[in-house]
Design a protein around this ligand. Structure first.
Ligand SMILES: [Zn+2]
Ligand SMILES: [Zn+2]
Length: 187
C-alpha cells in the first residue's frame, strides 16, 4: 500500500473516530495503531491547513497605472531583442515600476483593442496568480482624469446599454462609444 493511500485511510479513520465519539480507551487503541503508521500526529485540521499552504491562493489587488507593451518595455529597460515591427504584448505598469502581464478576458478586452486607453491613467481591480506577475482583471475599469476617478465603459445611445468592451452594440449592432463618468455621478 502506498504512503498516500495509508494517509488517506488514516484520515478517514480519524474522522470516523471523532464523529462516533469513540470511548477514549478505544480511541487510544486507534491512536496507537495510527502511531505505528506514523500518522497519528496528523489531525484533520492540521492536514487541511497543510493542503491550503500547498495550494497558494491568488492575491486580490487594485492597481493604478497604464497599459504598456511588455515587449517594448523590456526592450527599453533591458535591451530585449525585440523587432521594431512586432505583435504588441500588453501588460499593466504601476507607478512603482511593477509590470504585470494581462490575461485577455472579457473584462480586459478593452485594454487590448482600444488604443485610446493606452494614454490613460487607469485603475484596475483583479487578482495576481501565485508565483507569477499575471493579472486577471476582475472588475470594471476606471480612469483618472484631472484627479477625478471615472467609471470607464462603453455605451450604446440607441439601446441605453452599457458594455465593458468596444465594438458593435450587442443589441442593435451600432458602434458603442467610450464613456468616462465621474464616480457618483448619475447615469
Ligand atoms: Zn509593442
Ligand atoms: Zn444598441
Amino acid at each position: 500500500m502506498s504512503r498516500k493511500r495509508l494517509m488517506f485511510l488514516a484520515r478517514i479513520a480519524f474522522k470516523r473516530m471523532v464523529h462516533d465519539s469513540v470511548r477514549w480507551r478505544a480511541g487510544g487503541g486507534l491512536i496507537a495503531a495510527l502511531a505505528v503508521l506514523g500518522v497519528a500526529e496528523m489531525p484533520q485540521q492540521k492536514a487541511q491547513a497543510e493542503d491550503f499552504k500547498l495550494t497558494p491562493q491568488p492575491e486580490t489587488v487594485q492597481l493604478q497605472g497604464r497599459v504598456v507593451c511588455l515587449a517594448e518595455e523590456m526592450h527599453k529597460l533591458f535591451q530585449a531583442n525585440v523587432a521594431a515591427k512586432h505583435e504588441h504584448l500588453y501588460g499593466f505598469k504601476t507607478h512603482d515600476g511593477k509590470v504585470y502581464t494581462l490575461l485577455r478576458t472579457k473584462l480586459s478586452e478593452a485594454l487590448f483593442v482600444d488604443q485610446r486607453l493606452l494614454n490613460k491613467e487607469l485603475i484596475v481591480k483583479g487578482r495576481v496568480f501565485p508565483q507569477t506577475q499575471i493579472l486577471e482583471v476582475m472588475g470594471n475599469l476606471q480612469s483618472i482624469r484631472k484627479g477625478v476617478v471615472n467609471d470607464l465603459f462603453y455605451y450604446c445611445d440607441i439601446c441605453a446599454i452599457e458594455s465593458v468592451a468596444p465594438g458593435p452594440c450587442m443589441c442593435c449592432q451600432a458602434p458603442v462609444e467610450l464613456v468616462e463618468r465621474p464616480l457618483g455621478q448619475a447615469p
